[in-house]
Design a protein around this ligand. Sequence first.
Ligand code: GLA
Length: 711
Amino acid sequence: MRNYLMCDRRQLVRPFFRAGVRNLFVLACFALCTVVSRPARAQAGSSEPALLLGSAWYPEQWPESRWDADLALMEAAHLHVVRVGEFAWSRMEPAEGQYDLDWLARAIRLAEKHHIAVVIGTPTDAPPAWLTSKYPDTLRMDENGRLAQHGGRRQFNYASPRYRLFCAEIASRLAQRFGHDPDVIGWQIGNEYTDESFDPATRALFQQWLQHRYGTLDALNQHWATAYWSQTYDRWDEIPLVASGGNPGLLLEHRHFVTDTWRDFQHVQIDAIRKNVDPRQFITTNIGGLAWSDHFDHYEMTRDLDLASWDDYVGQGQLDPVRNGAMHDFVRGWKRMPFWVMETQPGSVNWAPINTTLNHGETRVMAWQAIGHGANAVLYWQWRSALNGQEQYHGTLVGPDGEPMPIYSEVAQIGGEFEHVAPALRDTQPVAQVAILESYDSRWAIDFQPHNRSYDELQVLLDWYRPLRQKNLTVDIINASAPLNGYKLVVAPGLNVISPDLAAQLKAYVEQGGHLVLGPRSGMKDEYNSLNPQRQPGPLVSALGGRVEQYYALDGAVPVSGTLGSGTASTWAEQLSTEASDARVLLRYGKSNGWLDDQPAMITRPLGKGTITYLGAILDAPLMQKATAWMLDGAQVKPEFSALPEDVEVCRRVGTGHTIYILLNHGAQPAQIALPGPMTDVLANHAPVTQLTLGSHGVAVLEQQARATGR
Ligand code: GLA
């Protein structure tokens, strides 16, 4: 039985999944080590349209006689890509070791006939009944000790060495069969990694993982301060596998273990695919949870992939352009390159509390918003509902009779527009002057101990993101440890965990001319989720020339005012102090709880060629807008577009020698728009214009020549 190795990305110490022969284990070890640093995939061939519209399609659920009609309807709607296979394991391997991929080959040939490319999903999110029946150790166990069973999906144990062997085999056979197929352009590993396992074998793996990470129990006990509540561990096998309620150090390490386990799960299949396919075929996985889910670190998970992709759903209600735009920018930041929307809703879903349908025209605006934020493909989930199964009510492009649903015509319009505009968008992508820093360690640390149940880290991110977008600026959202060169302004709304290395990197950015703004709760913990033995922002106190004297969870508003304006703070407020003579107070609290009264809420200090600023409160929107204007002014961030009516969003994609602006009217009323200069409406083939009217849910794709406006 092959063993698989799990890479602890931080210390390159290699915990492992023990299942048998050691020499094979060593081989697997070196294989994975080398594969982890595999060179990036060759760029997609220019034969692919620069923009792809498509759908999830499940030929295995239908008579083969139906396939051509489906593909003809897709072609008529200008769809040029389908994703297939991710739930077809029972059809691919109807019995152990008996493979039938001929049907898939015939489906791909038919797709090719209709000028539709194919992304193949490995079917490892839903194992066949014979597999989990014969090998129950491949089943997942929940935190209450219940073993999953067949009949749904995601019943597998992500840590099971035996399951990985089956995954590697089916992935390998698919890759060997279709790895050089001209109509196959990429691979999706599994489908939305979701459920961990808490079975005894996985708990033992966690304990081994910890032993490799800490080396000794003394080190672990010290970093976790286990003298607290007499938690001190004297054996590795005493350490529990829990996802909540435990020691903060343990909880953070559990998230790291989950990340590394999913990454290893994924790598087994990447390894099996990559060596059997053309470099032009990309490998991705579709991250779910509306991108913001934090079961695992998405930066780590996409590190080994050629492309990031996510499943973008609204669920109930209407599109929230700011939230959805931020999530696109967050996904783009995982690999800092264009991405795919692997799934989105054709009008409605089936899993929301109330499965409302997007308004007429909203599906189109949502598709164009994805492109504007750096997506190069948008696929709908799904083409047609199986006649039975758990998702009969989900939105589809064709109905139970196989005929187009009302949404089909809106999607066909999008398809025609993508085809028309693709040449102008080729090799363009968003380019930002401003970056927002995100860190899973910080999110997890605050999640474990929010200290105010109203503290919502996504809302905190959006509080900082929204005013930047209201200034029509492109915003990158990147990992806190990512290189910062090229950004004029970097903001970090919630960097709770700041290690000495991260502090040094941030300080260097400032000293070299960057403008850094830290938000509330910054620098409270170290990388073991332990309190830094100093006030916030921890290792950046000396650079800031000030610190946090105390933090306060608020259950009401606190007045705030200063040179930037006046307003209120809510949910969280930190009492700051200044130490350095050149540290300036920008905002102070008004009368409050006696502790905050007249104390600094926002301070700034020049450092080297740049500035470092700390905002210790969650401000109301108008005051946050003023604070943001001050940040942009101080960093000399250049405007990217002229002022726009409130409900109109502009997205910029920069290419060589030309820039594309995508304007979206998210409002219910038409909007009159004055352009910053003559632009060609590529969508409407108009002559250059300097103004335009955009109807409700209207879209304009404008090209500006020659003025390549980079950062
Ligand atoms: C997820 C899954 C799909 C489907 C959709 C329904 O994104 O990846 O298989 O279940 O949700 O919205």
